[in-house]
Ligand binder design. Structure first.
Ligand code: IPD
Ligand code: CA
Ligand code: CA
Length: 269
């Protein structure tokens, strides 16, 4: 017999797959796009997919609470489901096939239970239940065991916080001599999943939210990785503003580079 948590995770997975089908059906079609804020777009799919997910999961779990990106939809309950209906909106809007649906699953008091991230174009489903390992489709995944210098590192310029761009560029430049190269693919949730799968050696970003990271950091931990803020404190999706994620020694190496670089480290502002 399946446990209550297995039923919960299977229901979240089937909802994410259906949500991904909706995104795939709209990709590179004509749809409404608006400016959400400076440099940040919103499409009709962001809102439609969020409504779909919340409707499906509240039917399946009437006591559930939700934290979801669009209009900062938030209710209390158990399980607590942290939803990014479309992570990588700017990619989706521009026709770049790097976007996903992401749902982090927590208890009502915010203890992680699992995470599900789905790229509907590649049909790649990343999923993890706490204590049971992380998977890409049916394959177990693990963080990279290569030296940091032989890995690609994912990051983003803080495009919504333009006053922080110079600072993040400095942090990036202090890491750059120690790695193979940098990638900026445009979906934080997928960046973290790629780190969990050893595709990237490390990921760091400033200015992310719970819906970008909640599922990913759970997957990462199950794949043998760690997540901390820029100070090296344990990353909390609900309060931290910055994230460094990867294999423990890679994370420690980068934090050390930053400490030695003399650049200011900020998290809260
Ligand atoms: C964004 C993407 C992007 C990251 C931003 C996020 P959205 O999410 O994950 O890669 O750099 O910080 O806000 O707006 O596409 O859901
Ligand atoms: Ca997002
Ligand atoms: Ca989004």
């Amino acid at each position: 017999m399946k446990s209550a948590d297995e039923i919960l995770m299977n229901t979240v997975i089937s909802t994410v797959l259906k949500a991904g089908d909706i995104l795939r059906s709209g990709f590179r079609e004509r749809f409404e796009v608006e400016q959400k804020s400076a440099h940040d777009l919103i499409t009709e799919y962001d809102t439609a997919v969020q409504e779909f997910i919340v409707e499906q999961l509240s039917k399946a779990f009437p006591g559930a609470g939700f934290i979801a990106e669009e209009e900062h939809f938030s209710t209390k309950g158990d399980p607590l489901l942290v939803i990014d209906p479309l992570d990588g909106t700017n990619n989706f809007a521009m026709g770049i096939p790097q976007f996903c649906v992401s749902i982090g699953v927590f208890t009502g008091d915010k203890q992680p239970k699992g995470g599900v991230v789905y790229n509907p174009v590649l049909e790649e489903l990343y999923h993890a239940q706490v204590g049971k390992g992380a998977y890409l489709n049916d394959e177990r995944i693990f963080v990279s065991q290569e030296p940091l210098k032989d890995t690609l590192v994912a990051t983003a310029l803080p495009f919504k916080f333009r006053d922080k761009v110079e600072w993040i560029t400095q942090l990036l430049m202090s890491v750059y001599p120690e790695i193979m190269d940098i990638r900026r693919l445009g979906s934080a949730a997928l960046d973290i999943c790629y780190t969990a799968a050893g595709i990237f050696g490390l990921y760091f970003e400033y200015g992310i939210n719970a819906w970008d990271t909640a599922a990913g950091v759970c997957l990462l931990r199950e794949a043998g990785g760690v997540s901390v803020d820029f100070f090296g404190q344990p990353y909390d999706p609900f309060t931290s503003r910055s994230l460094v994620a990867g294999q423990p020694t890679h994370v420690e190496q980068v934090l050390d580079l930053w400490r030695k670089s003399g650049f200011e480290l900020k998290d809260k502002d």
